[in-house]
Design a protein around this ligand. Sequence first.
Ligand SMILES: [Zn+2]
Ligand SMILES: [Zn+2]
Length: 201
Amino acid sequence: METFEQLLAESTRIHGHICAGQVIGVRMAMIALERIGIADPKGADRKKLYVLVEIDRCATDAIQSVTGCSLGKRSLRWLDFGVMAATFVNLETGRAVRGVAREEARALSEGYCPDVVDKYQRQLEAYKVMPEEELFVFQEVEIEIPACDLPGRPLRRVRCELCGDWVQDCRERERNGRILCRACDGERYYQPIGEATPVSS
Ligand SMILES: [Zn+2]
Ligand SMILES: [Zn+2]
């Protein structure tokens, strides 16, 4: 695996800027991969790795960058919990570890890099050198990933009986004997302008 500095440079490039979140995400991912026995996440081990992130903030891009996992490959899953945490799974061995960024790290970072004047810059530099136990809590976990959530071809494609959209990966809903997409089942997140066009059967 590449060095911390190389991985940080790459994640900074992908994310668009350097920030404390990049340092946190890169370090968390490196530690977690080691713990679950993944040495070459973007090469030989790429099909063994699955990551669940619990927040859509800066560190998530770093985790994606280090692990090579992505939404599009279905190897990265976003759970909207709003917690700076992620679970890293070795699909081959079943070993999984959940890492959480400690809130205390902010205060602890004040004891590092006193020569850096700017508060946020100091925090960023501190996160690079602080011992991992000050930054994170890691816990071994057991996790079962549903077949419908794994990479590979869709297990199922069905058509919504109301709007006609095709629904993949078992995300359809059954309501009163009808197969519906989530939007038609009451989860529509937008308001259509003008008239919706129902499927003529
Ligand atoms: Zn950022
Ligand atoms: Zn529908």
